[in-house]
Design a protein around this ligand. Sequence first.
Ligand code: AMP
Length: 398
Amino acid sequence: MKKRLNKTNIKNKTVIIRCDFNVPMKNGKIIDNTRIVKSLETIKYCIKQNTKIVLLSHLGRVKTEEDKKEKSLKPVAEELSKLLEKEVKFCRNTSGKEVEKEVKSLKEQEVLLLENTRYEDVEGKKESNNDKDLGAFWASLGDVFINDAFGTAHRAHASNVGIASSIKESCIGFLIEKELNALEELKCPNTPFVVILGGSKVGDKIGVIENLVEKADKILIGGGMALTFLKAEEYEIGNSLCDAEHLEFCKNILEKYPEKIILPVDVKVTTEFSNDTPSSEKDISQMEFSDMALDIGEQTIEIFENHLKDAKLILWNGPLGVYEFENYKMGTDKILNYLATSHIKTILGGGDIVACATAAGVNDKIYHISTGGGATLEYLEGKKLPGIETIDDDNIKG
Ligand code: AMP
């Protein structure tokens, strides 16, 4: 386990917290402040510990001087100030004398947010290429580094790996700790352990399938990727999504784990990728050349629920249909609602399924919603996350 914040002595020190303030913005306004809200626990704890607090985060991608205008963290400082009910200072620079001066003038319990770390990408991609001097500069600003940005933990950037490698002491914040606690349950899962996989391409999920197939009791497959599996079983899938490059992979895995992989028995089809063309439910054996399957059918939902009902742990990644279309979100919504009312420990593993859960209003009834996107997926593939690997190990038990 990595060193945790509440096991680290930060009292009266200067802490550098790498937050994930990569919030959606429109015309300079924050349209969803969830990520800022999620960072509050760590920041408030540091205030209580009488520390001087320097916050770092990226916001979007910054390649040119022009990009900078739209990608300033200034609105985040204002929002954070409202949420904390205290002043949050904002420094328009990311490195240099001005930053040093502002940090030096901080008093205990004061909070300073530096400008978007990716401003450093305009010249030589210093942040994203983990420029050694930049990481060392940020590390020089404080005594302890706290990484609380799970969403970028799969990247080795100057603002995570760079700082952690240059500073004397580092730990993970409460947000990353929660993510790791939940995701670590997947290493030795309580059984029956059932995995639900959806989304578009088989190719994107191969790593997850390979990493979890031995541990899982069942893998329920829906979404566009189910059609590639059905094609591998030689069903006619018409114009449905097919990840032809990975047909062979599907064949092999079905042959190796015939009892484990559960595919749809019926689908909701239409003729065009549209919400408005007429649709019907069909057994998979009835699909025709002109059909395009965009959701799982009622019988499949029932079968999936039967496999889920006795599960002790469920991991779900990827929607079971084109949930963006009102007419093809039924499968995803029904299974989400089933799990939300079942009290089965369910982990939603990042990406689109998190948006589905939010839209369905079931977030607070799900055991853990992993918001890491790419980081969650890489974790599920069994990969090490460099942003976490470089943090000090916890030598204290308990
Ligand atoms: P992913 O990013 O791989 O998790 O894929 C998410 C996307 O898969 C969403 O945009 C869904 O609309 C899409 N999707 C789910 N089911 C289907 C389907 N049957 N046909 C085409 N796209 C699908």
